[in-house]
Design a protein around this ligand. Structure first.
Ligand code: M6R
Length: 605
């Protein structure tokens, strides 16, 4: 949650900082602000609302040249979203400004202490204490002051600090929240991820927890919190800035759904050899020796995890337990050194998933992470990381990364099947289908306009019931999540067989059913449930397999996908549920890229 950027060097203007910040708007967007050093003074501007509001308020200053600047886009934790609580926060003298992502857990004690020393606070945030402690510790060296200040902080932070007496300096520090340093020729940068910096540099240092960075124009030095200098690897990442642009699409979400075929290819590349799956990252693990797999994840990643459970348990003798990370971390899980823990997180920064990883590690489990973000915290805490290779996902709703997760998990499942001696012709067919999936996906994506036409008919309904059986239930869960998070329509997901144990009481002509009904081994069972829904006058949108003509008798609207192995329907149906949710949100006039109350990476519990 929250995004921070900072620039230091000779050629920057206010507009550069604002444009960079816009690349991080997916991380939070209830308020935004900037602080920059100009003519030996700190100027601060903050506005509630999106970054465009800030930009408009800065319209007469966008061309101002600055020596250093920091900016922040906020997802409120402490204090309501308003101008005062927006970052940056300053000290009493107005010479120090701070941006912060994370939560300072001991801020109340620190605030009371600082107030006792005469400091005056203006906001309700935890962050403001950081500015005042730095002020308290400052004796002429801003780096030393930050270093002393952060030793007093409990909790998580990524911070950027500027001081008007040090116009060419940013001090940055990281503990628990992501922060990357960009290195250029005569300038340097900080940001919560690499996307805002790609237009300036391809050379990055991913700070570790406990690192403090001193940026003076192009000169970057890294220290540990105890003051010892440390060398960190400078990594070159040859991504083009355009990966974080809409490329002609109305929204990032639509662009990212349409990137599905490439996402599939990228997730499979280098992982299939001579008719079998071999994920090179797993070479150090003996999969034939594992008796249990424990999977932790949240949201969409949790749905992908459920797919893995169904797949692996159906085809091998390995038990797979899947748990929402926010529950797992507070239980007494039965995990030990014979259990492999799989942590799935596209961002690699989800607080609950990271804590679950730490707990599983303490219990002796080996950790394999599946993530999309190079250098993310999870990649540092896991024993092994399997990258999804999807490129940045900017839309808050997970779309292409869900596709990548399913793909990587299908590959991992197939490797397990082989390594444990269960491989048969059926698995060869699944792998063949997976290899053909990019082409099948293109076909499904070409029905986007038909999906929009269906969405138009349902845009005014306030409730939806998503149902499915087996792998269809996974699609139902993810479909309902997508619909509610971006179109704010109430949607429930139930295993179709559970309907008559309660939820069917909800159904009537105003409560449509989205029935995931592929022509798989459970089709006849799902069909019976659809008939039961129809008998309650519910309208039905079914998602089935091309060629199943009876679906048009059973349903009001039918969307179809090509026939695939039962196990791969969640993949080939992903564009249908994603596009349906996207079009519903767009038809309602909502911005699907920035749904209310949400942020892309949930770095607080
Ligand atoms: O980055 P992660 O995969 O750990 O994120 C988990 C969830 O926060 C995420 O999937 C969330 O549910 C999305 N908004 C779904 O679209």
């Amino acid at each position: 949650m929250c995004g921070i950027v900072g620039v230091v060097g000779d050629d920057f203007k206010v507009s550069d900082v604002v444009e960079s910040l816009k690349r991080l708007e997916y991380r939070g967007y209830d308020s935004a602000g900037i602080a920059y050093v100009k003519d030996g003074k700190i100027k601060v501007f903050k506005s509630v609302g999106r970054i465009d509001v800030l930009k408009e308020n800065l319209r007469d200053r966008l061309e101002d040249e600055i020596s250093a600047g920091i900016a922040h886009t906020r997802w409120a934790t402490h204090g309501a979203p308003n101008d005062t609580n927006a970052h940056p926060h300053t000290d009493c003298t107005g010479k120090i400004a701070v941006v912060h992502n994370g939560i300072i857990e001991n801020f109340r004690e620190l605030k009371a202490l600082l107030e006792g020393l005469g400091h005056k606070f203006r906001s309700d945030t935890d962050t403001e204490v950081i500015a005042h402690i730095i002020e308290e510790e400052y004796t002429g060296d801003v780096f030393e002051a930050v270093m002393k200040a952060i030793r007093k902080l409990d909790g998580a932070y990524a911070i950027g600090v500027v001081h008007s007496d040090h116009p060419d300096v940013i001090v940055a520090a990281r503990k628990g929240s992501p922060l990357v340093v960009g290195i250029g020729d005569g300038f340097s940068l900080i940001a919560s991820d690499i996307t805002p910096m790609l237009r300036y540099t391809k050379n990055f240092i991913f700070l570790e927890d406990g690192d403090v960075a001193l940026l003076e124009d192009g000169n970057v030095r890294i220290f540990r919190i105890d003051g010892k200098a440390i060398d960190r690897e400078v990594r070159r990442i040859d991504l083009s800035e355009s990966v974080a642009e809409k490329g002609g699409y109305k929204h990032f979400m639509l662009k990212e759904i349409m990137e599905g075929p490439q996402t599939l290819v990228s997730a499979m590349t280098g992982r299939i050899k001579e008719g079998f799956v071999r994920i090179p990252e797993l070479d150090e693990i003996d999969l034939s020796n594992i008796s249990r797999i424990n999977v932790v994840a949240c949201g969409t990643s949790y749905h992908a995890a459920m797919f893995f459970k169904y797949f692996v348990e159906q085809h091998t003798d390995v038990d797979v337990s899947v748990e929402v990370a926010s529950e797992f971390r507070y239980r007494r899980p039965h995990v030990d050194d014979k259990t492999l823990t799989l942590a799935i997180s596209q961002s690699g920064e989800t607080a609950d998933t990271l804590e679950s990883v730490r707990l599983a590690k303490r219990l002796g489990s080996n950790i394999v992470a599946i993530t999309n973000v190079v250098g993310s915290t999870i990649t540092r805490e896991a024993d092994i990381s399997i990258m999804m290779n999807s490129g940045p996902e900017i839309g808050v709703a997970a779309t292409k990364t869900y596709v990548a997760q399913l793909t990587v998990l299908a590959l991992l499942g197939l490797q397990l099947i082989k390594d444990r001696g269960f491989w048969s012709g059926r698995h060869k067919r699944i792998l063949d289908n997976l290899i053909r999936m990019p082409e099948l996906f293109e076909n499904v994506l070409s029905f986007s306009n038909d999906i929009r036409s269906v969405a138009k008919k349902y845009v005014n309904f306030g409730h939806f019931m998503y149902i499915g059986r087996g792998y269809g239930y996974i699609t139902a869960m993810e479909g309902a999540l997508k619909l509610k998070e971006i179109s704010y329509i109430h949607a429930e997901a139930y295993p179709a067989g559970e309907l008559k144990h309660g939820p069917i009481a909800l159904l009537d002509e105003n409560f449509p059913v989205f029935a995931i009904s592929p022509s798989d081994s459970l089709y006849l069972k799902t069909k019976s449930n659809m008939i039961e829904c129809k008998a309650r006058n519910a309208r039905i949108i079914s998602v089935g397999t091309f060629g199943n003509d009876e679906l048009s008798d059973l349903s009001d609207d039918v969307l179809s996908v090509p026939r695939v192995a039962d196990e791969l329907y969640p993949l080939v149906m992903a564009p249908i549920i994603q596009l349906f949710a996207y079009h519903m949100a767009d038809l309602k006039g909502y911005d699907p890229d920035k749904p209310r109350n949400l942020a892309k990476s949930v770095t607080v519990e």
